[in-house]
Write a protein that binds this ligand. Structure first.
Ligand SMILES: [Zn+2]
Length: 299
């Protein structure tokens, strides 16, 4: 996801706070899971009813918060693409996406019209386009979508996708595949998102949702170290706490089923490597304790 910066790297101090219910089940019963940030001012609580970890209280989710969190982005285009060609990091990322797209094609059994929600620089759209998909993306950032169009020539549109007329399609119809990676945990209304995904999919279409895994081995280990004082908080003061919730399989799977989705594939994964050896299979597919979660979903 994008890095966020406030003006001149000054410490971000929320102006107003709000107390919120669990975004997945609406419960207000919860207990403290973790404090973080400058002066430990942010708190993740865990819902007593569905197990979701979420920010509560949280900085009021208003225009000011959104502009602070997403108004200024660090550009990462040079990390991927320089002098008209892929950098080493760009090549690594390209290969990772190519393998993901092969996995997606094997899950769906078809290639076709693909929509990415939260397309950032549009690099995934570029790789998808070069692998036989008709790819379109939406992102809330005008800077990122412009850079994506200019650098990679992709069909990246700026806007709030919930309010855009995507039913007729940016390119004319419903989608065979929707990809939404590390984006939904940034919004206060995930239920609206998963409902809208369903409206935009063609019959038999597939949704792929990727989110961080709060219950990964790595995060559980770090939380345990922090609790006993062996690990310091590495939160940078200028950052907003832009993950409004932190899902795990236990909280996310029942939520998605309650919204009418069938889980047709579920794995954890690493964003650094796409290796599929015995160790990775055990960690990611059997135990599902990797750093991130990937759901394949259908109606
Ligand atoms: Zn809940």
């Amino acid at each position: 996801m994008a890095t966020t910066l406030t003006e001149a790297n000054q410490e971000y101090v929320p102006r107003a706070w709000e107390d919120v219910a669990c975004m997945f089940c609406g419960s207000r019963r919860n207990r403290l899971l973790e404090k973080f940030g400058p002066q430990s001012r942010y708190r993740y609580v865990r819902c007593d009813d569905c197990g979701l970890a979420y920010l509560n209280p949280r900085p009021r989710y208003d225009k000011e918060f959104v502009e602070t969190a997403y108004g200024v982005y660090e550009s990462t285009v040079e990390k991927l693409w320089r002098d008209g060609r892929l950098t080493d990091e760009g090549r690594r990322q390209y290969d990772w996406y190519a393998r993901l797209l092969a996995e997606m094609a094997s899950v769906t059994g078809r290639k076709g019209r693909l929509l990415e929600i939260g397309c950032h620089l549009g690099f995934f759209l570029k790789v998808a386009g070069e692998h036989g998909w008709q790819a379109t993306g939406v992102d809330i950032s005008p800077t990122m979508t412009r850079l994506g169009r200019e650098t990679f020539g992709v069909n990246a549109v700026c806007g709030n996708w919930l309010e855009m007329d995507l039913m007729q399609g940016i390119d004319g119809g419903l989608y065979d595949f929707i990809y939404c990676s590390h984006t939904i945990e940034h919004v206060p209304n995930p239920a609206d998102w998963v409902d809208r995904f369903a409206k935009l999919l063609a019959p038999g279409g597939t949704l792929c949702l990727e989110v961080p895994n709060m219950q990964s081995l790595d995060r559980r280990f770090k939380r345990a170290l922090k609790r006993v004082g062996l690990r310091k908080d590495r939160w940078q003061g200028w950052r907003t706490p832009d993950h409004l919730f932190e899902p795990c399989e236990r909280s996310f799977a029942p939520f998605l089923r309650s919204k009418g989705w069938k889980i047709i594939g579920l794995t954890t994964y690493s964003r650094k490597t796409f290796k599929t050896g015995p160790v990775q299979r055990l960690m990611h597919k059997t135990l599902r304790i990797g750093s991130n979660l990937r759901f394949y979903l259908r109606r």
